[in-house]
Ligand binder design. Structure first.
Ligand code: ATR
Length: 283
């Protein structure tokens, strides 16, 4: 039951119809007997400031931020975690005595899933990343911070990949570069990479048959990760599994970024198995 003492957590974004976060968090609050409630609030860009400042004065423990507010919210914060500042985007906010502190748990979520399903840490490894949007930014910056040997970016809009590579090289370390998106170039650099990552929406339902990477570029030594979690086994992951590569599902990143946010809101460790089960039940 929601009472006057219930701590609230919100998801702010637009549109929110697809989000699994409310179900994941509320299931854990219930199972762990926590007096918390997580609610999705669709917020248009024009209303972000007024809603966010009101939330700071209410009984909110924190909130998650999603598309399209992850960058705009930074101007409304009192404090910013250094990794979120480097990434330039925030997906989790903690409220404390009317002050808001921003974090980014997306890259951390990816790291944990890479460790869990891929069995590796990024140190000294070579990565080829498809895409250069918000998710790619969080993942690539986090990999660079974790000492990745090389990060190659391959994106439809080359200028976005170049801007992200320059940002990584400037802010963290000189380890990022851009490659063209044609099959011959992808084949050449995929052969040298240990990990291939899709951060684009290619392959997401209902476009299940698409993949950002030609199957011929994947081999059994690769670890292949997809951040798309619906479908669970994307075309990229199915083709990679067929080649004998190790695969990393998108569900892991979703669950681990949520787990890190859960701890920031409640100061408790979540039951990951339960979180994963709850999220998977919607797929
Ligand atoms: P997110 O926050 O989920 O990363 P985003 O910032 O909109 O979302 O980034 C989406 C990424 O997927 C971009 O790299 C985009 O490529 P562009 O920079 O060229 O827009 C990529 N993407 C989306 N749909 C694509 C498609 N059909 N083909 C190739 N790339 C696509």
């Amino acid at each position: 039951m929601i009472t006057i003492t219930t701590k609230l957590v919100a998801l702010l974004g637009e549109p929110l119809g697809h989000s699994l976060s409310p179900a994941m968090h509320n299931r854990l609050y219930k199972e762990m007997g926590l007096d918390f409630y997580y609610l999705p609030i669709e917020v248009a860009a024009d209303n972000l400031e007024v809603i966010f400042s009101a939330m700071k004065k209410m009984n909110f423990a924190g909130c998650n931020i999603t598309i399209p507010h992850k960058v705009a919210i930074i101007d409304l914060l009192d404090e910013l975690d250094p990794l979120a500042a480097t990434i330039g985007a925030v997906n989790t906010i903690q409220f404390n005595n009317g002050k808001a502190k921003g974090f980014n748990t997306d890259g951390y979520g990816f790291l944990r899933s890479l460790e869990e399903e891929g069995g590796i840490t990024p140190s000294e490894k070579k990565f080829l990343i498809f895409g250069s949007g918000g998710a790619a930014r969080a993942i690539a910056m986090t990999l660079a911070q974790e000492n990745a040997a090389q990060i190659l970016l391959c994106n439809r809009t080359k200028e976005k990949a170049s801007a992200l590579a320059a940002d990584i090289n400037h802010k963290i370390r000189c380890c990022a570069d851009v490659i063209e998106m044609d099959t011959a170039t992808i084949a050449k650099y995929a052969a040298e990479a240990e990990v291939l990552i899709n951060t684009t929406s290619i392959g997401m339902s209902p476009n299940n048959d698409l993949s950002p990477c030609p199957a011929a570029c994947i081999n059994a030594d690769h670890i292949v990760a997809d951040i798309v979690y619906n479908p669970h086994n994307t075309t990229l992951l199915r083709q990679a599994a067929k080649k004998g590569a190790t695969i990393v599902h998108g569900l892991g990143m979703l669950v681990w970024q949520g787990a890190a946010a859960f701890t920031l809101f409640t100061e408790k460790e979540p039951d990951i198995t339960l979180m994963r089960k709850e999220a998977a039940s919607f797929l």
